[in-house]
Write a protein that binds this ligand. Structure first.
Ligand SMILES: Cc1ncc(COP(=O)(O)O)c(C=O)c1O
Length: 474
């Protein structure tokens, strides 16, 4: 497509984008039209044709997609650990797709390489790493895997060459760690069983004394403790493990410490909240998702380590790619520090968004989200039927509807299901221990006190309708 035709097409596309963004501000609009997959499949044409439908169909297909998708930019979207639309980040995403750089070599992505290095170096400074390096990954899950792979390499420097018998090696995580650590244990070759879950305190934070007990127990059973993964911002409760004490244990026992700060890493911008990650600079590696609280479009996630040479030896497979990597650019080619070959330019959007608002803008964002979640907590505490189900350190608010003589797990599951079918306020159904809780997350720039009040009203209404046997109207 060229010339006028391309111009018209792009105008039409931009009009749709503007409309989609505008709709996020319209009150009373749904976040999703809930339909089970079986019905949606019947009512949507998903077929891939033998002969193409032509350019017109591109806009029709986009219209259909925009109509049916979950409107993650609406303020009532509080289900996962992200939401809203960062416009500068969106612009960066569009330009990244337009220019289609691949991040393996400086030769093929010169400016993008320098931008990515600038982002990594700045984030290292914020974490407090005087030296080291990092890479952008496909998310916190793979950031955790890379952390464990570095730990493995540190414990057994020949493992990337000779392979690894992981049956004796054990790693430690809190019992509230993200499920991706199981995947990591599988991929690096220790298996799920060798991932030891350490007890947490009542707020969901790893207990250092239990960690030490588990390490000693493992060592006395002839196992090799080689990695601790601490979490800064757990998925359900937003709890922060005590990094300084955990780091001391890691150092005393010469164990690699990786911090999963996929969710909580942004606290480092705020003087008020930075203390939650006190001691992070003592850890060996960290992952931090800019696509969570910082609101960058998925995917935007950073892995950092103090120990550049370990990351480099994990990634030496790149040296065999003679068609990509050459000696004269070996100091700048980012592909030598990545598990990927072709890799998206995810740093551009972060760099653009960061330059727009600066560190101070991120700090304000963090503080606003924490203040709003404090407001939500107050609303829960003021409500006759709602109770907080955990202390709150971050912007996760976990609570439930309570009434006598009811199975509260069933009741709260049904409240959440009705909300999902209604399609306005989207929150998550999670578990804390055996209890079903409603988890609302403040990580969306359009959330304000009014939105939070209407969330509470909606939960109270559904709860009351269920206990009074009033059927849902949708
Ligand atoms: C604490 C924590 N770590 C890691 C992840 C995984 O991140 P990603 O979805 O970017 O792979 C999540 C996702 O919610 C998380 O909450």
């Amino acid at each position: 497509m060229r010339g006028d035709k391309l111009g018209d097409f792009l105008d039409n596309l931009v009009a749709r984008i503007a409309d989609y963004v505008d709709q996020s501000h319209n009150e009373g609009q749904k976040t999703v039209d809930y339909l089970p997959a079986s019905s949606r499949k019947k009512t949507t044409d998903l077929s891939l044709p033998l002969e193409g439908h032509g350019t017109e169909s591109v806009l029709d297909d986009i219209d259909e997609f925009l109509k049916q998708c979950v409107k993650t930019n609406r303020p009532e979207f509080m289900n996962p650990l992200w939401g809203g639309l960062n416009v500068a980040g969106f612009a960066g995403e569009v330009i990244a797709a337009l220019t289609n750089q691949s991040m393996y070599t400086y030769e093929l992505s010169p400016i993008a390489t320098l931008i990515e290095k600038a982002v990594i170096e700045r984030m290292m400074e914020i974490v407090g790493y005087g030296e080291g390096f990092g890479t952008l990954t496909t998310g916190g899950s793979n950031g955790n895997m890379l952390g464990m792979l570095c730990a493995r390499q540190y414990a057994d420097p020949m493992s990337s060459l000779n392979g690894f018998d992981g049956t004796k090696y054990v790693a430690f995580v809190s019992e509230e760690a993200h499920y991706s650590v199981l995947m990591s244990a599988n991929v690096i070759g220790i298996g799920h069983q060798n991932l030891i879950k350490v007890k947490c305190d009542s707020g969901g934070r790893m207990k250092p004394e239990s960690l030490l007990e588990e390490i000693n127990r493992a060592a006395s059973n002839d196992r090799v403790p080689f990695c601790i993964i601490a979490t800064s911002g757990t998925t359900v409760r937003g709890a922060f493990d005590p990094l300084r004490e955990i780091a001391q244990i890691a150092h005393d026992n010469d164990i690699w410490l990786h911090v999963d700060a996929a969710w909580g890493g942004s606290c480092l911008f705020s003087r008020r909240h930075r203390g939650l990650m006190d001691g992070v600079e003592l850890a060996d590696s960290i992952c931090w998702d800019a696509h969570k609280m910082m609101g960058l479009p998925l995917i935007c996630s950073v892995f950092l380590t103090k120990n550049k040479s370990v990351l480099r030896s994990v990634c030496t497979h790149g040296d065999s790619a003679h068609y990509l990597f050459h000696d004269d650019t070996k100091d700048v080619d980012l592909g030598r520090y990545s598990l990927q070959c072709g890799r998206r330019n995810d740093s551009l959007k972060l760099w653009i968004a960061w330059r727009e608002i600066g560190d101070s803008g991120w700090a304000k964002m963090v503080e606003k989200y924490c203040d709003l979640s404090g407001y939500l907590e107050d609303l829960v505490n003021d409500s006759e039927h709602l109770s907080m189900m955990s202390e709150r350190d971050w912007s996760n608010v976990c609570f439930r509807y309570e009434v006598d003589d009811y199975d509260l797990n069933e009741l709260n599951t049904e409240i959440r299901n009705r909300m999902m079918r209604e399609g306005i306020n989207l929150v998550s159904r999670s578990n804390i221990g055996d209890d079903v809780v409603i988890r609302a997350v403040v990580a969306n720039p359009l959330i304000d006190e009014k939105v939070l009040r209407s969330l509470i009203t909606s939960i109270e209404r559904h709860g009351s309708e269920i206990i009074n046997n009033i059927p849902a109207e949708f």
